[in-house]
Design a protein around this ligand. Structure first.
Ligand SMILES: Cc1ncc(COP(=O)(O)O)c(C=O)c1O
Length: 223
Protein backbone atom coordinates (compact mmCIF):
# COMPACT_ATOMS: atom_id res chain seq x y z
CA UNK A 1 0.00 0.00 0.00
CA UNK A 2 1.43 3.41 -0.91
CA UNK A 3 0.24 6.83 -2.01
CA UNK A 4 -0.92 5.37 -5.35
CA UNK A 5 -3.37 3.09 -3.52
CA UNK A 6 -6.94 4.25 -4.01
CA UNK A 7 -8.91 1.32 -2.64
CA UNK A 8 -8.15 -1.70 -0.49
CA UNK A 9 -10.74 -4.45 -1.03
CA UNK A 10 -10.64 -7.12 1.62
CA UNK A 11 -12.69 -9.99 2.95
CA UNK A 12 -13.08 -9.69 6.74
CA UNK A 13 -12.84 -13.48 7.01
CA UNK A 14 -11.29 -15.47 4.21
CA UNK A 15 -13.64 -18.13 2.90
CA UNK A 16 -10.94 -20.72 2.21
CA UNK A 17 -9.24 -20.94 5.61
CA UNK A 18 -11.04 -18.63 8.03
CA UNK A 19 -8.22 -16.12 8.31
CA UNK A 20 -9.53 -12.91 9.86
CA UNK A 21 -8.29 -9.56 8.64
CA UNK A 22 -7.47 -6.93 11.25
CA UNK A 23 -9.68 -4.18 9.84
CA UNK A 24 -8.65 -1.60 12.44
CA UNK A 25 -4.95 -1.97 11.51
CA UNK A 26 -5.88 -1.89 7.86
CA UNK A 27 -7.81 1.32 8.47
CA UNK A 28 -4.78 2.96 10.04
CA UNK A 29 -2.56 1.88 7.12
CA UNK A 30 -5.15 3.05 4.56
CA UNK A 31 -5.55 6.39 6.33
CA UNK A 32 -1.80 6.91 6.19
CA UNK A 33 -1.92 6.89 2.36
CA UNK A 34 -5.44 8.28 1.89
CA UNK A 35 -6.94 5.03 0.55
CA UNK A 36 -10.49 3.83 0.97
CA UNK A 37 -11.50 0.42 2.30
CA UNK A 38 -14.06 -1.94 0.83
CA UNK A 39 -14.79 -4.61 3.44
CA UNK A 40 -16.70 -7.73 2.42
CA UNK A 41 -18.22 -9.18 5.58
CA UNK A 42 -20.12 -12.01 3.88
CA UNK A 43 -18.08 -14.60 5.78
CA UNK A 44 -18.34 -12.95 9.17
CA UNK A 45 -21.54 -10.94 9.70
CA UNK A 46 -24.04 -13.02 11.62
CA UNK A 47 -21.33 -14.65 13.73
CA UNK A 48 -18.45 -12.27 14.37
CA UNK A 49 -18.72 -8.72 15.53
CA UNK A 50 -16.49 -5.96 14.25
CA UNK A 51 -15.30 -2.67 15.65
CA UNK A 52 -16.98 -0.29 13.22
CA UNK A 53 -15.64 2.80 14.98
CA UNK A 54 -12.05 1.62 14.56
CA UNK A 55 -12.37 0.15 11.07
CA UNK A 56 -14.76 2.67 9.48
CA UNK A 57 -15.03 0.86 6.16
CA UNK A 58 -15.84 3.23 3.30
CA UNK A 59 -17.83 0.41 1.76
CA UNK A 60 -19.29 -2.52 3.68
CA UNK A 61 -20.79 -5.31 1.60
CA UNK A 62 -22.53 -8.47 2.67
CA UNK A 63 -24.36 -11.19 0.82
CA UNK A 64 -26.96 -12.59 3.21
CA UNK A 65 -27.05 -16.24 2.23
CA UNK A 66 -24.15 -17.38 4.37
CA UNK A 67 -23.86 -16.47 8.04
CA UNK A 68 -26.91 -14.18 8.00
CA UNK A 69 -28.98 -17.26 7.11
CA UNK A 70 -30.90 -15.50 4.34
CA UNK A 71 -31.92 -17.00 1.02
CA UNK A 72 -29.54 -16.23 -1.84
CA UNK A 73 -30.44 -12.94 -3.50
CA UNK A 74 -30.56 -10.53 -0.56
CA UNK A 75 -27.40 -8.46 -0.24
CA UNK A 76 -26.43 -5.10 1.22
CA UNK A 77 -23.93 -2.35 0.56
CA UNK A 78 -23.41 0.33 3.20
CA UNK A 79 -21.42 3.38 2.19
CA UNK A 80 -21.23 7.04 3.01
CA UNK A 81 -19.97 7.67 -0.54
CA UNK A 82 -23.24 6.64 -2.19
CA UNK A 83 -23.59 9.92 -4.05
CA UNK A 84 -20.54 9.00 -6.11
CA UNK A 85 -22.04 5.67 -7.12
CA UNK A 86 -23.49 5.08 -10.56
CA UNK A 87 -25.54 1.89 -10.91
CA UNK A 88 -24.33 -0.43 -13.65
CA UNK A 89 -27.98 -1.17 -14.36
CA UNK A 90 -30.56 1.38 -13.35
CA UNK A 91 -33.90 0.03 -12.20
CA UNK A 92 -37.23 1.58 -11.23
CA UNK A 93 -35.81 1.67 -7.71
CA UNK A 94 -32.83 3.80 -8.64
CA UNK A 95 -34.56 6.71 -10.33
CA UNK A 96 -35.66 9.93 -8.67
CA UNK A 97 -38.69 10.93 -10.63
CA UNK A 98 -40.18 8.19 -12.73
CA UNK A 99 -37.40 8.44 -15.34
CA UNK A 100 -37.64 4.70 -15.59
CA UNK A 101 -40.34 5.07 -18.21
CA UNK A 102 -38.22 7.06 -20.62
CA UNK A 103 -36.30 10.27 -20.96
CA UNK A 104 -33.14 11.16 -19.13
CA UNK A 105 -32.00 9.18 -16.17
CA UNK A 106 -32.21 11.05 -12.89
CA UNK A 107 -30.71 9.01 -10.09
CA UNK A 108 -32.40 8.95 -6.71
CA UNK A 109 -30.63 11.33 -4.35
CA UNK A 110 -30.16 8.68 -1.66
CA UNK A 111 -28.62 5.22 -1.61
CA UNK A 112 -31.71 3.86 -3.42
CA UNK A 113 -29.91 4.81 -6.63
CA UNK A 114 -28.06 1.51 -6.30
CA UNK A 115 -31.07 -0.62 -5.42
CA UNK A 116 -31.90 -3.44 -7.75
CA UNK A 117 -35.42 -4.53 -8.44
CA UNK A 118 -35.97 -6.82 -5.44
CA UNK A 119 -36.13 -10.60 -5.77
CA UNK A 120 -39.33 -10.85 -3.73
CA UNK A 121 -38.99 -14.27 -2.16
CA UNK A 122 -35.37 -13.71 -1.13
CA UNK A 123 -36.37 -10.63 0.82
CA UNK A 124 -39.28 -12.38 2.52
CA UNK A 125 -36.80 -14.97 3.80
CA UNK A 126 -34.20 -12.31 4.60
CA UNK A 127 -36.70 -10.42 6.76
CA UNK A 128 -37.38 -13.52 8.85
CA UNK A 129 -33.68 -14.39 9.11
CA UNK A 130 -32.61 -10.92 10.20
CA UNK A 131 -35.39 -10.82 12.77
CA UNK A 132 -34.24 -14.17 14.16
CA UNK A 133 -30.58 -13.13 14.26
CA UNK A 134 -31.36 -9.79 15.85
CA UNK A 135 -32.95 -11.65 18.77
CA UNK A 136 -29.75 -13.63 19.47
CA UNK A 137 -27.32 -12.26 22.03
CA UNK A 138 -24.54 -11.29 19.63
CA UNK A 139 -21.58 -11.60 22.01
CA UNK A 140 -22.79 -14.96 23.31
CA UNK A 141 -23.31 -16.24 19.79
CA UNK A 142 -19.80 -15.17 18.77
CA UNK A 143 -18.25 -16.80 21.85
CA UNK A 144 -20.22 -19.99 21.20
CA UNK A 145 -19.08 -20.28 17.58
CA UNK A 146 -15.45 -19.47 18.39
CA UNK A 147 -15.46 -22.03 21.21
CA UNK A 148 -16.78 -24.74 18.86
CA UNK A 149 -14.11 -23.82 16.29
CA UNK A 150 -11.40 -23.96 18.98
CA UNK A 151 -12.64 -27.36 20.19
CA UNK A 152 -12.60 -28.63 16.62
CA UNK A 153 -9.05 -27.32 16.02
CA UNK A 154 -7.81 -29.00 19.18
CA UNK A 155 -9.53 -32.30 18.39
CA UNK A 156 -8.30 -32.26 14.80
CA UNK A 157 -4.69 -31.76 15.93
CA UNK A 158 -5.08 -34.68 18.37
CA UNK A 159 -6.39 -36.74 15.46
CA UNK A 160 -3.21 -36.05 13.47
CA UNK A 161 -4.46 -33.26 11.20
CA UNK A 162 -2.26 -30.23 10.63
CA UNK A 163 -3.31 -26.63 10.85
CA UNK A 164 -2.11 -23.58 9.01
CA UNK A 165 -1.08 -20.87 11.50
CA UNK A 166 -4.06 -18.55 11.34
CA UNK A 167 -4.30 -15.75 13.86
CA UNK A 168 -6.67 -14.61 15.14
CA UNK A 169 -8.87 -17.62 14.41
CA UNK A 170 -12.48 -17.39 13.32
CA UNK A 171 -15.55 -19.65 13.18
CA UNK A 172 -14.21 -21.18 9.93
CA UNK A 173 -11.47 -23.77 10.30
CA UNK A 174 -9.44 -25.51 7.63
CA UNK A 175 -7.18 -28.45 8.47
CA UNK A 176 -5.00 -30.73 6.35
CA UNK A 177 -6.04 -34.33 6.70
CA UNK A 178 -4.08 -37.52 5.99
CA UNK A 179 -6.67 -39.43 3.97
CA UNK A 180 -8.96 -36.86 2.30
CA UNK A 181 -10.91 -39.39 0.26
CA UNK A 182 -11.86 -41.50 3.27
CA UNK A 183 -12.66 -38.41 5.35
CA UNK A 184 -14.88 -37.09 2.56
CA UNK A 185 -16.73 -40.39 2.34
CA UNK A 186 -17.27 -40.54 6.10
CA UNK A 187 -18.53 -36.93 6.18
CA UNK A 188 -21.05 -37.67 3.44
CA UNK A 189 -22.23 -40.89 5.05
CA UNK A 190 -22.74 -39.02 8.35
CA UNK A 191 -24.71 -36.29 6.50
CA UNK A 192 -22.19 -33.66 7.57
CA UNK A 193 -22.04 -30.67 5.26
CA UNK A 194 -18.39 -29.66 5.12
CA UNK A 195 -16.05 -28.99 2.25
CA UNK A 196 -13.02 -30.99 1.13
CA UNK A 197 -10.60 -28.94 -0.96
CA UNK A 198 -7.82 -31.34 -1.97
CA UNK A 199 -6.36 -32.57 1.30
CA UNK A 200 -7.99 -29.77 3.29
CA UNK A 201 -11.18 -30.09 5.27
CA UNK A 202 -13.06 -26.84 5.84
CA UNK A 203 -15.76 -26.56 8.47
CA UNK A 204 -17.68 -23.59 9.82
CA UNK A 205 -19.69 -23.23 13.02
CA UNK A 206 -22.81 -21.18 13.57
CA UNK A 207 -24.95 -20.61 16.64
CA UNK A 208 -27.15 -23.59 15.80
CA UNK A 209 -24.17 -25.95 16.03
CA UNK A 210 -23.18 -27.64 19.27
CA UNK A 211 -20.54 -29.88 20.90
CA UNK A 212 -22.15 -32.96 19.39
CA UNK A 213 -21.59 -31.51 15.90
CA UNK A 214 -17.91 -30.98 16.70
CA UNK A 215 -17.67 -34.55 17.98
CA UNK A 216 -19.38 -35.85 14.82
CA UNK A 217 -16.88 -34.11 12.50
CA UNK A 218 -13.99 -35.35 14.62
CA UNK A 219 -15.35 -38.91 14.38
CA UNK A 220 -15.43 -38.57 10.60
CA UNK A 221 -11.89 -37.22 10.69
CA UNK A 222 -10.52 -40.06 12.81
CA UNK A 223 -12.38 -42.92 11.15
C1 LIG B 1 -16.09 -13.05 0.90
C2 LIG B 1 -17.26 -13.50 0.08
N1 LIG B 1 -18.10 -12.58 -0.43
C3 LIG B 1 -19.18 -12.93 -1.15
C4 LIG B 1 -19.46 -14.27 -1.39
C5 LIG B 1 -20.71 -14.57 -2.15
O1 LIG B 1 -20.45 -14.68 -3.47
P1 LIG B 1 -21.69 -14.77 -4.51
O2 LIG B 1 -22.56 -13.61 -4.22
O3 LIG B 1 -21.02 -14.72 -5.84
O4 LIG B 1 -22.36 -16.08 -4.25
C6 LIG B 1 -18.61 -15.26 -0.90
C7 LIG B 1 -18.85 -16.66 -1.21
O5 LIG B 1 -18.11 -17.54 -0.86
C8 LIG B 1 -17.48 -14.86 -0.14
O6 LIG B 1 -16.64 -15.77 0.39
Amino acid sequence: MDERTVLVAVSHVLSSDGERADLARLRAAADAVGARIFADVTQSLGVLGMDLAASRPDYLAVHGYKWLLCPRGAAWLVTRHYQELRPLMASWRSTADGGYFGGSLHLAPGAARCDASPAWLSWVGAGAAIELLSRLPAATAERHCLALAAAFREGALDAGATLPGIAPPSHIVTVRVRDPEAVGTRLRSSSIRARMLGDRLRVGFHYFNNDEDVAAVLRALRG
